[in-house]
Write a protein that binds this ligand. Structure first.
Ligand SMILES: Cc1cc2nc3c(=O)[nH]c(=O)nc-3n(C[C@H](O)[C@H](O)[C@H](O)COP(=O)(O)OP(=O)(O)OC[C@H]3O[C@@H](n4cnc5c(N)ncnc54)[C@H](O)[C@@H]3O)c2cc1C
Length: 450
């Protein structure tokens, strides 16, 4: 498959996330029909990950954190398939699609925006019993399982079962983990008023963190504030502790604790997409693509012609933070790198000099439940630390601004207004992962003819 037509350059974009969607829309805006663009993603939509904790807490409808690639990128070819190999020597990418022979897509310019995956460890029981928190399906499942567990716990008389059903464990107290736990715990605290048979002290939320602090992204003082907040809310935060195993849903920690947990959420960091190893592009020690500040991928001899990359799967110099610093993996950098990258492809095609990526950190913000949050904002060189309601409001405002498409921004705001008016939806639908179960049971019990 080759889109290069009559001298029109073909840009192949791998990944339709924060980097991929930004590059495709900016390129189309800048060059119109003078460029052919193909976006490959295994999902037909972008997931706005910073809103996943609010999906897990039932504050935002899952569909409102997704932007459909075919609608947002109308006029761009979108391939729904999984990249399995990059052969830059032949300028070819191999893509696995449903029920078909692998596609071989050629290109003139390649953009790699394949993001990251959870950094897992060989812990007994982890693969079988834990769940990640990076995709909308995971956030929906966490919410459904927690709410269903409350309903089941309120209806059982067996003390051990009840204890397990009301124990929720999160591993990793960085941004994603602390935010996800805090939002879900807030939902549970809010929902308990509909459960006269359950008391707050029956519910056990455990956060296991290997380091001596949580939320390092917001700095030491605010991290300590967030820790105190969570502990005041009854969350058991185990610092400098490891989860040694979780076989059959029984969590064993390095401090000697052992308990059955209904849910184990793994949020202990990320690593670059492992599919990068299936390529002839050079990777650095962390498994990422090393980039120049102009976002061209480089090896020891300098830039590799025709390959750009950005986002979580790259190491990009952070010129605004000083010599030797590199950009941290977040959406703030990914979308802005996407813009710079698109402009540098236009410049490459037009034979103009490239421009380096330079972005001054705007700050870091985490919501910790309704009206609760922490964060730092930068106004030039001035740093402002926010706690509680102001931090929560600033985080929500920023993410609505950053969320792609006006339609989805309106959707998110409508969800919040609906929650204010009618309260959160307290329904968990555990069978949504097995929608055929009820029908299968009925069909199986129907007497067979003859
Ligand atoms: C819970 C959570 C909360 C977060 N909160 C914040 C926040 O508050 N602020 C912030 O700045 N950042 C936040 N982040 C981080 C931010 O979302 C990421 O840094 C950002 O999305 C990275 O953009 P990307 O384009 O590199 O990767 P992604 O946006 O992840 O896009 C990668 C794309 O590649 C696709 N893909 C992967 N493998 C393949 C394959 N083999 N074939 C085809 N397609 C593939 C994926 O489907 C995906 O669409 C959060 C992340 C999480 C998980």
């Amino acid at each position: 498959m080759n889109n290069t037509t009559g001298g029109t350059p073909h840009v192949l974009i791998l990944g339709g996330g924060s980097v991929g969607m930004t590059v495709a829309s900016q390129l189309r805006k800048a060059m119109g029909a003078d460029v052919a663009i193909t976006v490959v993603d295994s999902r037909p939509y972008l997931t706005y990950q910073p809103f996943l904790p609010e999906v897990g807490a039932g504050s935002i409808d899952p569909r409102n954190v997704l932007a459909p690639l075919r609608k947002v990128l109308a006029g761009t070819k979108v391939v729904t398939g999984s990249v399995s190999e990059i052969r830059h020597a032949d300028r070819t990418v191999v893509v696995e699609t449903e029920g078909d022979a692998p596609l071989e897509i050629t290109y003139d310019h390649l953009v790699v925006g394949l993001g990251s995956v959870p950094r897992t460890l060989p812990i007994p029981g982890l693969a079988e019993n834990a769940i990640g928190f990076k995709w909308v399906e995971e956030a929906v499942t966490v919410r459904d399982r927690v709410l269903s567990a409350l309903a089941e716990a309120a209806s059982t008389k067996d003390a051990e079962t009840r204890k397990r059903l009301l124990t929720f464990t999160f591993v990793g107290g960085g941004f994603a983990g602390a935010e996800a736990l805090a939002e879900v715990q807030d939902m549970v605290a809010d929902t308990l008023r509909y459960y006269p048979d359950l008391h707050a002290s029956d519910v056990r939320f455990v956060l296991i963190e290997a380091m001596g602090r949580i939320l390092p992204e917001v700095g030491e003082e605010l991290g300590r504030y967030a820790l105190d907040q969570l502990r005041e809310r009854g969350v058991e935060v185990k610092l400098e502790t490891f989860m040694n195993s979780c076989e059959n849903g029984v969590v064993k920690t390095s401090d000697g604790d052992e308990f059955a947990s209904e849910l184990i959420v793994w949020t202990a960091g990320i690593k670059p997409n492992p599919v990068l190893a299936q390529s002839d592009l050079p990777l650095n020690q962390t498994g990422r693509l090393d980039c120049l500040a102009d976002l061209r991928v480089k090896d020891e001899n300098g830039p590799i012609e025709g390959v750009f990359a950005a986002g979580d799967c790259t190491t990009v110099p952070d010129l605004a933070s000083g010599e030797g610093k590199v950009c941290v993996p977040n959406a703030q950098h990914a979308t802005r790198q996407g813009k710079r990258l698109a402009d540098n492809i236009v410049r490459t095609i037009q034979g103009r000099p490239l421009v380096d990526y330079y972005h001054k950190n705007l700050g870091t913000m985490a919501t910790l439940g309704m009206y609760k949050g922490v964060g730092t904002l930068f106004f030039g060189d001035r740093k402002v630390e926010l706690k509680g309601l102001p931090a929560w409001a600033a985080a929500r405002a920023y993410h609505v601004y950053a969320m792609p498409t006006a339609e989805k921004k309106v959707g998110v705001i409508s969800d919040w207004v609906a929650n204010l008016v009618g309260g959160r939806d307290i329904l968990g639908i555990p069978e949504s992962t097995e929608p055929r179960k009820a029908f299968e049971l009925t069909a199986a019990s129907t007497p067979k003819k003859g």
